[in-house]
Design a protein. Structure first.
Length: 125
């Protein structure tokens, strides 16, 4: 099950990145559980899909796009969840994902329950 769960996480993560790169904040938010929590440093804590969607709408409106993940690691936590960590880069920012908790849903899809990431100074290596 762990290999299949990791593959599902990869597909869900790719779908989230595709939504973001298309400027589709609603699509991004759809990848989170209804009561998900997102800690985006230095921006703050966002509770629930509605607040999370507003955050992504604001970023997209500012012209952020072209996100890619680098050095991604995915580990199974149990039979229904995984944790992803990665460095990330986009056209106007870069940073690190310290914890994306992906959870298997009743319909067989993976959704984010927790998303912890940090935007770092673009000049920082």
């Amino acid at each position: 099950m762990n290999k299949a769960l990791i593959e599902k996480t990869v597909m869900a993560s790719e779908r989230w990145k595709s939504f973001f790169n298309q400027g589709n904040a609603e699509g991004c938010a759809s990848m989170y559980e209804k009561d998900a929590q997102m800690m985006a440093k230095p921006f703050g804590l966002f509770q629930g899909r509605e607040q999370i969607q507003a955050f992504w709408e604001n970023l997209v409106a500012q012209g952020f796009s072209d996100v890619t993940y680098l050095d991604t690691k995915i580990e199974a936590v149990d039979d229904s969840s995984t944790v992803l960590s990665s460095n990330w880069r986009m056209n106007n920012a870069q940073g690190v994902i310290t914890r994306e908790l992906w959870v298997l849903q009743e319909d067989g899809t993976m959704r984010l329950r927790e998303d912890h990431f940090e935007a770092l100074d673009k000049n920082t290596k």
